[in-house]
Design a protein around this ligand. Structure first.
Ligand code: KIV
Ligand code: ZN
Length: 511
């Protein structure tokens, strides 16, 4: 690896600070194991002083995780640092992360301390921690709003006190990428002993810029990035681990030889686990791990991806363990994607069948938001019969009601002709079937009728199966539609077409 970027995961600390995301000890450990498999370099396992449960959670992780640095967070107070030490000391590679606010706003209103006092406290805390453990990280909280000269002084002093990592937090997500990159550059050029430490960044997402700010920092020399899975964290969250890792990997041309040790194929699994255990859903359009991140609906895009993925995909879903590109079939989809999906479902449709299926698909897509594989199977199976179709439903108008005699007006296409007919019946379906009998000249006796929903939701596709006796023969017909009367008509016509296939059709004009 040319230049390593250290991935410091704080899902179990800052991520757990997401409103409503409290995790049990065993859940934290489950996530820690997954983070180890993912290949993060540092796991910030918690804030041990915060609660006995947090303390135990960090301790368990420290005892069980073998390859990753296990870190605990500490205010610049001895009792906090002791708690971190007591919980992380079991780790093969323990780290103490001390923080103290350095911005004027925080010093004046929160700490009520002057610069010199803060500087002294920072130094003493780092020295104290360093006496316990060799690996110390220091964060000047609210660094992006800290006076530059004071920030440089604090950093220089804590490095001299023994901090090996200097983390620059954009605590309130206030920075703009160019400016944040400039802060890192300023530190590199103005802190005399900065080469003795690794510069880290920790960006919050209040303006939606946490990943951009982190990447600007990397470009300017930061070599550790603090981030969380799915970008969860305090308020609007932290920089998202998956976005940072994939940006660096995908844009090698921009980031040069910088590489992380993340096994990107574990990303999706980790994201699902964190979402499941924290109860925080991932928005569908979330970069890298959202349900739609590798889904294409537009026909032009689908056609492009099928020809060459790179046309509309800058990374492969396989690289993040997502599985496959998803072609969402909806009203914007094209014939190419539809034919590929049919192939996948095991249907080999002729060009003509595919044309018909595509027409049916578009009609259905106008009625239904999502087209499921079951919908397509129903279409494909209908289309196999279209080859034999003598009678095709063109139009139907039904009237029925509690005080009305059910009445059906149908128009069927047969050859090049359109034949229309009206009939009444015991119910709307019976009226339709009588109308069909009039057109075909075949009298069918309905011996069985069943309906089932092929898909879920109110706009589900219904499939009607009928058994119809014609003379002494019983034939089965099926039809599907979001309208159950239409599905019933199609099912009956399916039987009539099977019969007509063997007999010359009778075409009558009966309006
Ligand atoms: O956002 C922040 O400043 C923090 C520090 C404790 C690093 O989480
Ligand atoms: Zn934070």
């Amino acid at each position: 690896m040319d230049e390593k970027i250290i991935i410091f995961d704080t899902t179990l600390r800052d991520g757990e600070q997401s409103p409503g995301a409290s995790l049990q000890k065993n859940e934290k450990l489950e996530i820690a194991y997954q983070l180890e498999r993912l290949g993060v370099d540092v796991i910030e396992a918690g804030f041990p002083i915060a609660s006995p449960d947090d303390f135990e959670g960090v301790k368990q992780i420290a005892k069980n995780i073998k390859t990753t640095i296990i870190c605990g967070l500490s205010r610049a107070l001895k009792k906090d640092t002791d708690a971190v030490y007591e919980s992380v000391k079991y780790a093969k590679k323990p780290r103490i992360h001390v923080f103290l606010a350095t911005s004027k706003i925080h010093m004046q209103y929160k700490l009520k301390k002057a610069e010199d006092e803060v500087l002294r406290q920072a130094v003493e805390s780092v020295k104290y921690a360093r006496n316990l453990i060799g690996d110390i990280e220091f964060s000047p909280e609210d660094a992006s709003r800290t006076e530059k000269e004071f920030l440089y002084r604090v950093i220089e002093a804590v490095i001299n006190a023994g901090a090996g990592t200097i983390n620059i937090p954009d605590t309130v997500g206030y920075a703009i990428p160019e400016e944040f990159g400039g802060i890192i550059n300023g530190i590199k050029n103005n802190v005399p002993n900065i080469n003795k430490a690794i510069i880290s960044v920790h960006c919050h997402n209040d303006l939606g810029l946490s990943v951009s700010n982190s990447l600007a920092a990397v470009k300017n020399g930061a070599r550790q990035v603090e981030c969380t899975v799915n970008g969860i964290g305090e308020r609007a969250g932290n920089a998202s681990l998956e976005e940072i890792v994939m940006a660096i990997k995908t844009r090698k041309d921009f980031f040069g030889s910088i590489e992380s040790a993340i096994n990107t194929k574990e990303i999706y699994k980790t994201s699902r686990m964190v979402s499941r255990l924290t109860g925080i859903n991932v928005q569908p359009n979330k970069a890298i791990v959202g349900m739609n991140a590798f889904a294409h609906e537009a026909g032009i895009h689908q056609d492009g991806v099928l020809k060459k993925a790179i046309t509309y995909e800058i990374m492969s879903p396989k690289d993040v363990g997502f599985g496959e590109t998803k072609f969402v079939l909806g009203k914007h989809s094209g014939r190419h994607a539809l034919s590929k999906r049919f192939e996948k479902l095991g249907y080999k449709l002729s060009e003509k069948d595919l044309d018909n299926a595509f027409k049916q698909f578009k009609i259905l897509a106008d009625k239904k938001k999502t087209i499921f594989d079951e919908d397509l199977k129903a279409i494909a199976e209908d289309e196999m019969v279209v080859v034999l179709e003598r009678y095709k439903l063109e139009y139907m108008h039904i009237t029925a009601g509690t005080q009305e005699i059910p009445h059906a007006e149908l128009k069927l296409k047969t050859g090049k002709k359109i034949v229309s007919v009206r009939a009444t019946g015991d119910g709307p379906v019976d009226a339709c079937y009588k109308a069909i009998d009039k057109i075909t000249g075949i009298t069918g006796k309905l011996v069985d009728y069943s309906i089932r929903s092929l898909t879920s939701g109110k706009d589900a596709l219904g499939e009607v199966s009928v058994k119809v006796m014609v003379k002494s023969q019983v034939l089965i017909g099926r039809g599907s539609s979001t309208d159950i009367i239409e599905a019933s008509v199609k099912a009956y016509l399916n039987v009539m077409n099977k019969i007509a296939h063997h007999h010359k059709p009778r075409i009558s004009q009966c309006t």
